[in-house]
Design a binder for this molecule. Structure first.
Ligand code: NAP
Ligand code: 3JN
Length: 352
């Protein structure tokens, strides 16, 4: 099975919304997979999944599953990562973890390759993949920080339901159908499976992603604040976020306001900087109604930026609109990109 040379790869959460995209991304990038293990909970054990034309059987994830694994891509929730990532590392694997379990651990690099790939050299077995909303924002901010400095970021997100998993996608479709047909429905999943109340998502906008903290911000909002500072190595950066769920299947959008470190910069300077920046595609031509939209970002690895404007009152202030496929750059592609960086930087070696 698999290629002659390559790495033994495990995908934990292989049946989920992110796990499925990880498999498609490994295929599309032709990542050198020698042996592949597909892991999930006992619920999905026995499910058949095709990878590069071969059928694999999903197994229940257990500590022993990681014997002989070189790279383990985890996206099965924080509690699974906390229990099994150390077991994988103990058995010699490098873990790329998509959950928030280890993101703020100072011994764990939190990596977006376009921004801080070099942090991978400091890994101790676990590498954290940031939150999807953070990833697409920092890809757009990093070229600006490098050129002009960055003092402040205020972001409002417009997040797709696929960020909340396969069941949330189904809930949006079922509710939309019920509403159009004038049928009764009971919200079951969104805004947060583990919180007390559930609200309609179809034809609605819900200003809650993850649970609330005592400071009035949600955990999703605080992830954006804390992760941005860590990835950009800027503990002093002022960051505030408001995260909102929309009835969009895939593709997160963000309205981002920034204050840079210099006067005398024009919107056209920021446009030129972002045009061709790593991982960015500029789509910014108001005269032709050209701007990024989530429906157009689906299936693409890049971060799309448009609507770049200078603030009307603040000399150092700029506004922009940032869109990306949350399951790809926000999760699966960023993880596979990290796995590619590990190979290129010789932090992991292919087996003969
Ligand atoms: P999902 O569609 O609900 O899929 C969950 C996956 O986890 C399924 O494969 C499920 O397997 C597996 N799983 C659940 N409990 C498990 C257990 N005890 N042991 C092993 N596997 C288990 O969710 P998703 O959208 O793919 O997200 C999964 C996780 O990825 C999230 O909880 C989050 O931590 C992370 N995530 C990160 C980002 C990001 O911003 N980077 C975005 C989305 C998600 P079964 O089929 O057996 O249930
Ligand atoms: O809701 C979204 O659009 C992104 C959700 C991410 C998510 C969902 C459940 C648990 C995360 C995450 O990656 O931050 C987690 C988590 O691991 O905390």
């Amino acid at each position: 099975m698999g290629e002659a040379r390559g790495l033994n790869v495990a995908v934990v959460g292989a049946t989920g919304a992110v796990g499925q995209q990880m498999l498609r991304t490994l295929e599309n990038r032709n990542y050198p997979v020698k042996e592949l293990k597909l892991l999930s909970s006992a619920r999905s054990a026995g499910t058949k999944i095709t990878f590069k034309g071969e059928e694999y059987t999903v197994q229940e994830a257990k500590p022993e599953s990681f014997e002989g694994v070189d790279i383990a891509l985890f996206s099965a929730g924080g509690s699974v990562s906390k229990a099994l990532a150390p077991e994988a590392v103990k058995r010699g694997a490098i873990v790329v973890d998509n959950t928030s379990a280890f993101r703020m651990d100072e011994n764990v690099p939190l990596v977006v390759p376009e921004v801080n790939e070099e942090d991978l050299r400091k890994h101790n077995g676990i590498i954290a993949n940031p939150n999807c909303s953070t990833i697409q924002m920092v890809v757009a901010l990093e070229p600006i920080r490098k050129q002009y400095g960055l003092n402040k970021v205020v972001v409002s997100t417009y997040q797709a339901v696929s960020g909340a998993g396969a069941a949330a996608i189904q809930e949006l479709k079922d509710q939309a159908r019920a509403l159009i047909n004038n049928e009764e429905f009971t919200p079951q999943i969104l805004p947060v499976g583990s919180d007390k109340k559930k609200y309609q998502i179809a034809f609605n906008a819900v200003p809650q992603i993850d649970k609330f903290q005592d400071n009035g911000f949600t955990f999703e909002e605080m992830k954006m604040v804390n992760e941005t500072k860590k990835i950009m190595h800027m503990p002093e950066l002022k960051v505030a976020a408001t995260c909102v769920r929309l009835p969009v299947e895939t593709g997160h959008s963000e309205s981002v306001y920034i204050e840079i470190g210099q006067d005398g910069v024009e919107a056209s300077d920021i446009q030129s900087l972002l045009d061709g920046a790593p991982g960015v595609i500029l789509q910014d031509n108001p005269a032709e109604q050209v701007y990024p939209m989530p429906a157009h970002s689906v299936g693409k690895n890049e971060v799309f930026v448009g609507r770049i404007r200078k603030d009307l009152d603040e000399e150092k202030g700029f506004h922009m609109w940032v869109v990306s496929d949350n399951l790809l750059k926000g999760a699966a592609w960023n993880s596979v990109q990290i796995a590619e960086s590990l190979l290129r930087m010789e932090l992991v070696k292919e087996r003969a």
